[in-house]
Structure formats: structure tokens, C-alpha cells
Design a protein around this ligand. Structure first.
Ligand code: ATP
Ligand code: MG
Length: 241
């Protein structure tokens, strides 16, 4: 009998900055092989949630399980080593390092040289501009190119689950389409995706399942397709009256 494997399970997560609670008891799951979208307006707690999953922030309470293992007390570098990567909001590339050195930083937790070389080629294959300009300082890249670099870098950790925080932010429609196509290709290659997006149309078209986060709580969840035609989503995220 088939059984869904829950790759990521978040249970009643609460996260605060000092006395201000940004995530107020969030629970959701990501099943292996899926693209799951986390939707929400500014300040809803999306980035806080991703940072807590990847170990950059500590939860006040709640549990985070990855692959049947509880990870909410593990340091960030160990979480990357387990196969959970995070492409952060705002890119966070190193402008003075070359494109290739930026990519290689994504592999810091690995020792398998052959595997690293293979994933480097994969990143170059997905984004040829990274290959063409691999010896240039990353600071010379445009915003969209830096976004590709950030995604490429997260792939260098060879993740089984990749979390992307607003990968289309600041991108032209053409570039955004390219990123969305890349996300679909990654899913085809077997990478599970947790996608944070404000572009609801593009994200929900791609997502198997989605959650809507509002001021730190999940208010709605359904398949991507169902959310896309949900009146509440259309009003709040697709600008329809
Ligand atoms: N370092 C911080 N110190 C204090 N408050 C913070 C900090 N970072 C975030 N917050 C607050 O926590 C809440 C959630 O922020 P978060 O960045 O998770 O939202 P978000 O959903 O990612 O928003 P956006 O779509 O604008 O990126 C917001 O009210 C924000 O002001
Ligand atoms: Mg954010």
C-alpha cells in the first residue's frame, strides 16, 4: 500500500522577535516530490517560518521534523547537511567573490568532489549566464542574475528539499517565467520544493498544495488549483474585487 511520506512536518510553530510574536502556532506538511506554496502578504511571517526551519532562528515552541528526524534544535549547517537548503530572501550573494566561488559556497557541508562537480554543471546547465560569467565578481550581476545565482548556490548543497523565499522578487516577467520553469524542472528531477511567493498566480499554477499565512497563522489551505480559483485568494492576492 502506498503511504505518503511527509518530508517536512511543522507542528504548532511559534516564533518571536523579543516580545513580538511573528509566527503564532503554524502547522503544515510538505510531502516528498511536491511543490508546496506558502502565500501571504507583507509581514505575514513567511520568511520567519523559513528561517526557523533552516535553523537561522530558534522557535519559541513547536516542532520541526525533516525526514522523520526532529531538527528544531539542530544548528543550521547540520540541517543543510541533511539535505534541506534555503535560498534566502534578498539573494545574499557575496559581491566580491566570483560567480563560481559563490556557487561553491553552497557545497560547504559536502566532501564528495565528484558530486559537487556534477551539481555545479547542473547549475550551469539551468542558468547558462552563470557559466558564461563564472569568473566575474558576482557583484556585477543584475538583480535577476543574482537571483539565479542564489538558487544555483542552494542547489550546490544537493538538497532533497529546497526552500525558496520569493525567488521572483524584482524580476522581469520573462526572468520570472524562467525561474518558475526551473522550479518545475527541479521537481521533475526529484527535488521537493517549499516556495514562498507573493506572485500568487505563478506560484499557485505550479504548486501541488498551498497554505495562506496571515499575521502568523494559517488561514486557508488547499491544492494549488483550488486556491487559484478561491474567491478569498483572488481578492487578496490576485487583486480582483
Ligand atoms: N529581526 C526582526 N526583529 C523584529 N521583528 C521582525 C524581525 N524580522 C521580522 N520581524 C517582524 O515579524 C513579522 C514577520 O516578518 P517576516 O519577515 O517573516 O514576514 P514575511 O511574510 O516574510 O513578509 P514579506 O512578504 O514582506 O517578506 C513582521 O511583523 C516583521 O516586522
Ligand atoms: Mg519575507
Amino acid at each position: 500500500m502506498d503511504r505518503w511520506v511527509e518530508m517536512l512536518e511543522i507542528k504548532d510553530l511559534k516564533v518571536a522577535y523579543g516580545r513580538v510574536r511573528a509566527v503564532k502556532g503554524v502547522s503544515f506538511t510538505v510531502e516528498e516530490g511536491q511543490i508546496v506554496c506558502l502565500l501571504g502578504t507583507n509581514g505575514a511571517g513567511k520568511t520567519t517560518t523559513l528561517k526557523t526551519i533552516s535553523g537561522l532562528l530558534r522557535a519559541e515552541s513547536g516542532e520541526i521534523w525533516f525526514d522523520g528526524r526532529r531538527i528544531d534544535a539542530q544548528p543550521a549547517h547540520e540541517i543543510v547537511g541533511l539535505g534541506l537548503a534555503h535560498s534566502p530572501e534578498g539573494r545574499r550573494i557575496f559581491p566580491r567573490l566570483t560567480v563560481e566561488d559563490n556557487l561553491r559556497l553552497g557545497a560547504f557541508a559536502r566532501k564528495d568532489k565528484a558530486g559537487i562537480a556534477k551539481d555545479l554543471q547542473r547549475a550551469y546547465g539551468l542558468f547558462p549566464v552563470l557559466y558564461e560569467r563564472r569568473a566575474q565578481p558576482a557583484g556585477t550581476f543584475s538583480g535577476g542574475e543574482q537571483q539565479m545565482l542564489a538558487i544555483g548556490r542552494s542547489l550546490l548543497s544537493h538538497p532533497r528539499l529546497l526552500m525558496l523565499d520569493e525567488p521572483s522578487m524584482g524580476l522581469s516577467p520573462l526572468m520570472m517565467q524562467r525561474i518558475m520553469t526551473t522550479i518545475a524542472e527541479l521537481q521533475q528531477e526529484g527535488v521537493t520544493i517549499l516556495l514562498v511567493e507573493q506572485n500568487a498566480q505563478a506560484a499557485l499554477s505550479l504548486a501541488d498544495y498551498g497554505y495562506v499565512l496571515e499575521t502568523g497563522v494559517i488561514t486557508l489551505e488547499n491544492t494549488g488549483r483550488a486556491l487559484l480559483s478561491d474567491e478569498r485568494v483572488r481578492k487578496a492576492y490576485l487583486g480582483e474585487d
